[in-house]
Design a protein around this ligand. Structure first.
Ligand SMILES: [Zn+2]
Length: 176
C-alpha cells in the first residue's frame, strides 16, 4: 500500500525460492518510480527495498539533480542487480549476499530528459557538479538504506552503488 501511495509502478510477483536460503516470500517486480521514472531492467526485490528506493529518489536524488543540473529530469534509473541467488561480491565462499533475499539493489546510473546519462564511477575527488551530485546522493542513501557501498568502498563497487535494507541489531548502518 505504501508503495502504491508513493506512486511507484510495480506488480506483485510469485514467491521466489531457489534453495540455499535464497528467495523472497512476496516479491514485487518494480518497473517505475514516482514521476514516471522507468526502472531498467525491471527489478525483482522486496517491497521494503522498493519503498526505500522510491523514498531516496524523491527525498535526495531528484532534488540533488535539480540543484546540480537545473531543468534536467531523470527518465530512467539503470539498475545493475536486484534479486540474485549468490554470495557477497559473487564469491564462491563466504556470506550470502543481501541480493539473495531481495533486500538489495545496485544502481548503475540515470538517464536524463536531455539524453545525457549519469553513471556511477569513482568520484570522491571529482571537482564537478556531477561529482558533487554523486557524493550527495551517496551520503543521503544512508538515511534510507542500512548498507551503502560505493566506488570508494572496494574494487567490487567501482561502477555502481550497492544499497540494501539488511536489518542489524541496534539499527546500525554500514555506509562508506
Ligand atoms: Zn549489490
Amino acid at each position: 500500500m505504501a508503495l502504491k501511495a508513493i506512486g511507484a509502478l510495480f506488480e506483485e510477483a510469485p514467491a521466489v525460492d531457489d534453495g540455499k536460503a535464497c528467495g523472497i516470500d512476496r516479491p514485487v517486480l518494480l518497473k517505475g518510480l514516482p514521476g514516471g521514472i522507468k526502472v531498467e531492467p525491471a527489478a525483482t526485490i522486496r517491497c521494503e527495498t522498493a519503498l526505500q528506493l522510491a523514498r531516496w529518489m524523491e527525498g535526495s536524488v531528484k532534488p540533488s539533480l535539480e540543484a546540480a543540473m537545473p531543468g534536467e529530469a531523470i527518465t530512467v534509473l539503470s539498475q545493475a542487480s536486484a534479486y540474485v541467488c549468490r554470495n557477497r561480491n559473487g564469491a564462491d565462499e563466504g556470506r550470502i549476499s543481501e541480493h539473495a533475499f531481495g533486500n538489495a539493489v545496485d544502481i548503475a546510473g540515470f538517464a536524463l530528459k536531455s539524453g545525457k546519462t549519469v553513471t556511477i564511477r569513482p568520484a570522491d575527488k571529482e571537482p564537478t557538479l556531477e561529482g558533487a551530485f554523486q557524493r550527495a546522493i551517496t551520503e543521503a542513501a544512508c538515511l534510507y538504506f542500512t548498507t551503502v557501498l560505493d566506488p570508494g568502498s572496494d574494487a567490487a563497487h567501482q561502477n555502481h552503488l550497492h544499497l540494501d535494507v539488511k536489518e542489524r541489531r541496534g539499527g546500525y548502518r554500514y555506509c562508506w
